[in-house]
Design a binder for this molecule. Structure first.
Ligand code: GTP
Ligand code: MG
Length: 364
C-alpha cells in the first residue's frame, strides 16, 4: 500500500465526502445518513508537486509519475464502539496498518445533516473518537500481554524486550493517556511502531467547515486549534472539495477556487500535510522517458534512497550524480547545470535532500 493515512471521525462528519474528493472517484458512497460507509475503502492519490512538472517540461519527459499516498476510509465510530455501539470498532483494525491518522472533525452547522449526538461540538467529538481509539489500543495490548509474559518467562529474547514496553504502554493507556505519551528509549521506538497502536500514530486534524467559513474560519476551528496543541490542523470544506474534484480542467478548478477566495484546493493541503506528517521527502529522477517523484523517509542516505527504485541500485551503489531541482530549472536542464558546476557526485554517506534530482551509478 505504500505510505498511508487512515481517516477516522464520528459518523456523518464528511469522511467519505473528503475521501471521494481525494480520490476523485465515486468509490465511496457519500450519503446523508450515519454509517453510510460499511466496507473500508482504500484510495491512492497523487501528491501534488509543481516541481515535477517543471522538470518534465525541460526534459521533455514522455511520462510524469508523481509520488503517491494512500487514504483509507472506514465507518464512523460512536461513543461505546469498543463495546459494540454503532457498528462496533472492528473497522479500526483496517487502519492499524496505516502510518498516520487523519481525524475529520465536523465544524459546520447544517440541520439537514444529522449529527449522531444531536449537537455540533468539535471538542467533545474529538474526545469521543480519541477515547474509542484508546480503548481499542487497550484491548489490543491487554490481549497480547499474557502471551508475551509467558514467552518472556521461558526466556524468549524478543518477548523479553517487548514485555517492559507493553507494561509501560499499558500503564499509560490505563491512565487515560494516548500511547504516544509513553516514554520510550531509542531502541524501543521501532518496537512501539510495530505494535501498530492507533494512538501512537501521528495525527492530522481536518476541520470540515461550511463554504462560507473556508477563508474566514469560525469559532469551532478556533477550539480545534487550541485542542490540537501544535498538531497540524487543516481547514477544508469537503462539500466544496467534492465539487471541485468533479471539474475537468485545471483552469475551471482555479477559477472556482478564486471565486470563493482560495488559492489552492484544500485537498492539496491535506495531502501535503499528510506527507509532512509522515516525515517523507521527495527526490526526482528525470529523463526523456519519464520524470518521476520518489518518496523516502527524511534522513535517508543515498544507497537506501536508491533501493526504493530497485534493490540492485542499493546493493551495487557506487555514487549518485545529484543536482538540486531549482538549479536544474534555473540552468534549463542537465547540460547547462553541469557547465555551471551544479552537478555533484555524492557517495554512500550522502543524506538525500528534498528536491534532489538523482542519477544513480551502480554495479552488480
Ligand atoms: N453542509 C455540509 N454538508 C456536508 C459537508 N461534508 C459532508 N456533508 C454532508 O454530510 C453527509 C455525510 O457525509 P459523509 O461523507 O457520507 O460522512 P461520513 O463521515 O463518511 O459518514 P459515515 O460513513 O456514516 O461515518 C452527506 O450528506 C454530505 O453531503 C460539508 O462540508 N458541508
Ligand atoms: Mg463514510
Amino acid at each position: 500500500m505504500g505510505f498511508s493515512c487512515g481517516i477516522v471521525g464520528l459518523p456523518n462528519v464528511g469522511k467519505s465526502t473528503l475521501f471521494n474528493a481525494l480520490t476523485a472517484t465515486a468509490m465511496a458512497d457519500a450519503a446523508n445518513y450515519p454509517f453510510c460507509t460499511i466496507d473500508p475503502n482504500i484510495g491512492r492519490v497523487f501528491v501534488p508537486d509543481e516541481r515535477l512538472f517543471s522538470l518534465a517540461k525541460i526534459a521533455s519527459s514522455k511520462e510524469i509519475l508523481p509520488a503517491q499516498l494512500s487514504f483509507v476510509d472506514i465507518a464512523g465510530i460512536v461513543r461505546g464502539a469498543s463495546s459494540g455501539e454503532g457498528l462496533g470498532n472492528k473497522f479500526l483494525a483496517t487502519i492499524r496498518e496505516t502510518d498516520a491518522i487523519l481525524h475529520v472533525v465536523r465544524c459546520f452547522d447544517d440541520n439537514d445533516v444529522i449529527h449522531v449526538n444531536g449537537v455540533v461540538d468539535p471538542i467533545s467529538d474529538i474526545e469521543t473518537i480519541e477515547t474509542e481509539l484508546l480503548l481499542a489500543d487497550l484491548e489490543s495490548v491487554e490481549g497480547r500481554f499474557p502471551g508475551v509474559e509467558k514467552k518472556a518467562k521461558s526466556g524468549d529474547a524478543v518477548a523479553k524486550e517487548l514485555l517492559p514496553l507493553l507494561t509501560s504502554v499499558l500503564e499509560v493507556l490505563k491512565s487515560g493517556q494516548l500511547a504516544c505519551k509513553t516514554s520510550v528509549s531509542d531502541s524501543q521506538r521501532s518496537l512501539l511502531k510495530q505494535l501498530q497502536l492507533l494512538t501512537s500514530k501521528p495525527v492530522l486534524y481536518v476541520c470540515n467547515v461550511a463554504e462560507k467559513d473556508v477563508c474566514t474560519h469560525n469559532e469551532y476551528i478556533k477550539r480545534v486549534l487550541k485542542r490540537a496543541a501544535g498538531a497540524p490542523v487543516v481547514v477544508i470544506s469537503a462539500a466544496i472539495e467534492s465539487e471541485i474534484a468533479l471539474l475537468d480542467s485545471e483552469q475551471d478548478k482555479s477559477d472556482f477556487l478564486s471565486g470563493i477566495g482560495l488559492k489552492e484546493a484544500g485537498l492539496n493541503k491535506v495531502i501535503r500535510q499528510g506527507y509532512n506528517l509522515l516525515d517523507l521527502i521527495t527526490y526526482f529522477t528525470v529523463g526523456p522517458k519519464e520524470a518521476r517523484a520518489w518518496t523516502i523517509k527524511k534522513g535517508m542516505k543515498a544507497p537506501a534512497a536508491a533501493g526504493v527504485i530497485h534493490s540492485d541500485f542499493e546493493r551495487g551503489f557506487i555514487c549518485a550524480e545529484t543536482v538540486f531541482w531549482n538549479d536544474y530549472v534555473e540552468f534549463d536542464g542537465e547540460q547547462k547545470a553541469k557547465q555551471a558546476g551544479k552537478i555533484r557526485l555524492e557517495g554512500k554517506e550522502y543524506v538525500v535532500q528534498d528536491g534532489d534530482i538523482m542519477h544513480f551509478r551502480f554495479n552488480v
